[in-house]
Ligand binder design. Structure first.
Ligand code: MN
Length: 498
């Protein structure tokens, strides 16, 4: 996996000096305990850093600006332990530019019925102070995540953990650089889009290179480096000759090994984290990058086929958001290919010509070498496997001409009913929520693409929050989707995001 920064999140507690020093000492002590316990929970992907209690306009403004300037800080978690007059927060919030969480909690879980007095009430009044603070954030139209509940509750800690990954996605979006070594496939509409607007909205840099520049980088990879990588492939994967000559097969595989090394060196040298190719524009490359691209995706690079730079950036984004996740099940580009319409067994066979990330694989992974039905090159070697079962999300970012829309569909991945021995590609099989019929109808009404950025490891909420932070429309297709309501969502989007 490509390295992601060791991000940290600042924990800022709000109060004021009306209640005396003793109260403020307790406020600080409580927030330190919360920070320690959050860090000790083992549930957070990133560290929380305690900051001194914010009680004045000056300190609030200074702290938010320090958070802006600190490259390791990916967001601020705010909580009003007592009442903190919210006009004090205006200037700081105005100047703050990173992800913001409002943790609406309180130190004690239970009302201390026997001992509670007015001192206790004044010291522990987040129910009161967090409403004052929430009001100003809403009035200022600032996008933030609100999490409600006791800070020691595992559900609350997991919500913080989930949002941390969203926040890192927001921070890292502007570090995504997509290399295009081919333009979008001729005449295809849905993979097109406004690259300038994408850079304004998401921070993505999307640049073109002549395909032969990267082909030269591939040519420059030595035979010994290539052979060493082929040996690694032969160690790691099952080889399915299917009647082909073993020596000739290995030569085909070696072409992909050389592409993997050449592409990776070229991407690293030029500092790109995602790439698109196109089977119709391969210049000096001997094969369509198949196995090579599959391996690069597994290492954390984004990829889009047929010049689809939006999917390439989305796959990279989702790889970054899931970086370092224990028990991650995988993230890949996929394509809606063929349906199973048998009642009770409905689903979509997901595949592509070649380029599916092995991070989603379940069971053995094989190398096959077969004719590609499109293009005019050698038969490319590719990794073939089936994918894990379980819940995931399929996303499609589309350009509607005047704006972007992110479509997010909850899907249930299953084993295909039978093996498909003649199919020379990796596959997944899923049923969209709420069912194939409503799911596909909603997807088509929303204008969703055939290419998707898919992951088992993020939720619709996380991707929707990312979209909100980017200022774009998100629509959800899930267990609650009804077409009549969904059409109203789309109509509302036309008004809000025009
Ligand atoms: Mn395609």
């Amino acid at each position: 996996m490509l390295a992601v920064k060791k991000y940290k999140f600042w924990f800022c507690t709000g109060s004021q000096d009306l209640y005396g020093d003793e109260c403020l000492r307790e406020v600080a002590r409580h927030s330190q305990i919360i920070v320690d316990e959050l860090n000790n929970s083992g549930l957070l992907p990133y560290e929380v850093v305690w900051k001194p209690t914010l009680i004045t306009n000056e300190l609030i403004r200074k702290t938010f600006n320090e958070a802006n300037a600190d490259e390791e800080c990916a967001g601020v978690i705010t909580w009003m332990h007592t009442f903190s007059p919210a006009k004090s927060w205006i200037l700081g919030l105005q100047e703050y530019r990173k992800p913001l969480m409002h943790l609406h909690t309180q130190f004690n879980e239970e009302i201390p019925y026997d001992t509670i007095d007015m001192d206790f009430m004044n010291e522990n009044q987040s129910a009161h102070g967090d409403r004052e603070y929430g009001h100003i954030v809403s009035r200022m139209r600032i996008e933030r995540k609100v999490v409600v509940g006791h800070w020691a509750d595992e559900v609350v800690v997991k919500k913080i953990a989930s949002w941390m990954r969203t926040a890192v996605g927001i921070m890292e979006s502007s570090h995504i650089r997509v290399m295009r070594v081919a333009d979008n496939m001729r005449n295809v509409a849905v993979t097109e889009g406004d690259k300038v607007e994408a850079q304004i909205k998401f921070g993505w840099e999307v640049d073109a290179y002549p395909v032969n520049e990267i082909a030269e980088a591939v040519e420059a990879v030595s035979a010994s480096d290539t052979n060493a990588l082929v040996d690694e492939y032969y160690e790691k994967y099952d080889i399915l000759l299917e009647g082909r000559d073993a020596a000739e097969f290995r030569k085909h595989v070696a072409v992909q090994a050389q592409i993997e090394l050449g592409f990776e060196r070229f991407l690293q040298e030029k500092n790109y984290q995602a790439i698109v190719t196109h089977f119709g524009d391969l210049g000096g490359l001997k094969q369509l990058p198949g196995l090579a691209i599959q391996r690069l995706m597994e290492k954390g690079y984004g990829f889009g086929a047929e010049g689809d730079w939006k999917v390439a950036a989305m796959v990279r984004l989702m790889k970054v958001m899931t970086a370092g996740m224990k028990d991650a099940k995988g993230t890949s580009m996929l394509e809606d290919y063929t349906y199973n319409l048998v009642p009770g067994k409905e689903g979509i066979l997901e595949a592509h010509m070649l380029e599916i990330c092995p991070s989603i694989a379940s069971g053995p992974i094989s190398i096959k070498c077969q004719l590609l039905s499109m293009g005019n090159r050698e038969d490319p070697a590719r990794l073939v496997f089936t994918s894990k079962e379980g819940k995931g999300i399929a996303t499609s970012l589309i350009d509607l001409g005047n704006r972007f829309r992110l479509i997010i569909n909850d899907v249930t991945c299953k084993k295909a009913e039978k093996p498909m021995p003649k199919l020379p590609t990796a596959t997944a099989f899923w049923t969209p929520q709420p069912n194939l019929y409503t799911g596909a109808e909603a997807w088509i009404l929303a204008g969703g693409a055939h290419h998707t950025a898919f992951t088992y490891d993020l939720t619709a909420e996380q991707m929707g929050d990312w979209a909100a932070a980017m200022g774009i429309e998100a629509v959800y297709i899930d267990k609650d989707t009804k077409i009549r309501d969904f059409k109203k969502d789309l109509m509302l989007g036309e008004i809000v995001y025009r």
